[in-house]
Design a binder for this molecule. Structure first.
Ligand code: HEM
Length: 278
């Protein structure tokens, strides 16, 4: 699809791919790839921390329903991109977007982060669970926004607001995907696990990264939600601050990773005499 969009752009003599043409592909990437992958990993990994049984049937149903909603949106968006305009097509896109509400609720239930049956994380890893909790809180917000913008467009038989799509997309991309990727990396990468052997009570760096990412998500999404009532270039200020905060978070994460990587060998070697004595 990317290639087809580039060919179409060249044929039209445009400098960029038109947003209307790219809408279906963006939807497919965010919901069909990124979220599908996150739900797959989280529904396997999180029950291991929370002591919940894994529900294979529910996971399959969720994957199929999410795929169906992404495919329905894609069909509608591609059709609209060819120049077709009809309330029925807009309603198809709106229904596909509204469907994320119940699906995100189901995903949150399935992953079970808010209904733990046990606490199986080592005490040095306890605060990392906040990454998963906040990511799924953003997912619920994304679901709510999806229903709001989807139902509004569906009732009117009109296109979904560009700013609404932008708000839902950034809630998922910054609040869910970025927070989840960073949090799960901190939980499962050997570099960070070995680091916790030396610094079992280290709280500030991960929680600072989490606070920065959450503030970035709130500012970026807040500006998008406010936009229909705030059509001025001033609205780019909170977005710019969000970008700056997210950059700092990613740099801190990278620095922590490199530092942990460099210390890994010395931490492992310092444990060998202790293990031998056990
Ligand atoms: C805090 C981090 C981020 C900031 C500050 C930010 C900022 C922006 C801005 C200013 C726009 C243009 C909006 C407009 O013209 O009204 C935009 C569009 C977009 N952003 Fe982000 N973004 C962030 C994170 C992300 C992430 C993580 C993703 C995806 C993984 C993403 C995907 C997109 C997409 C797909 C568009 C639409 C492009 C188009 O319409 O062709 N953004 N973003």
């Amino acid at each position: 699809m990317n290639l087809a969009l580039l060919v179409q752009m060249a044929q039209r003599g445009d400098d960029t791919i038109r947003p209307l043409s790219a809408s279906g592909l963006l939807h497919l990437q965010v919901y069909g790839v990124v979220l599908m992958f996150i739900f797959g990993v989280a529904s396997r990994a999180v029950p291991a921390f929370t002591g919940l049984p894994r529900s294979e049937l529910l996971a399959k149903a969720l994957a199929l329903a999410l795929a169906a909603s992404a495919a329905a949106y894609l069909v509608g968006a591609l059709w609209v991109a060819t120049g077709a305009r009809s309330p029925a097509l807009y309603r198809l896109e709106a229904a596909a977007l509204s469907a994320v509400g119940p699906l995100f609720l189901l995903a949150t239930w399935l992953v079970g982060i808010f209904r733990p049956a046990a606490n199986r994380l080592a005490s040095a890893s306890q605060h990392h669970i906040w990454f998963i909790r906040t990511a799924f809180s953003w997912l619920l917000i994304a679901g709510g926004l999806g229903v709001y913008y989807g139902v509004r467009a569906g009732v009117d038989g009109a296109p979904i607001s560009y700013y609404g799509l932008d708000a839902v997309r950034h809630t998922v991309a910054v609040g869910v995907a970025s927070v989840m990727v960073v949090g799960m990396a901190m939980l499962v990468l050997p570099e960070f696990a070995i680091r916790r052997v030396r610094y079992p009570s280290e709280r500030i760096p991960p929680l600072l990264i989490l606070a920065l990412l959450n503030s970035a998500a709130a500012l970026r999404v807040g500006a998008a939600v406010a936009t229909p009532h705030w059509i001025s270039t001033d609205r780019y200020w909170p977005m710019a601050v969000a970008g700056g905060l997210a950059e700092v978070a990613i740099l801190l994460f990278a620095a922590l990773f490199v530092w942990s990587f460099l210390q890994k060998r010395s931490i492992v070697e310092s444990q060998i005499p202790l293990r031998a004595a056990e």
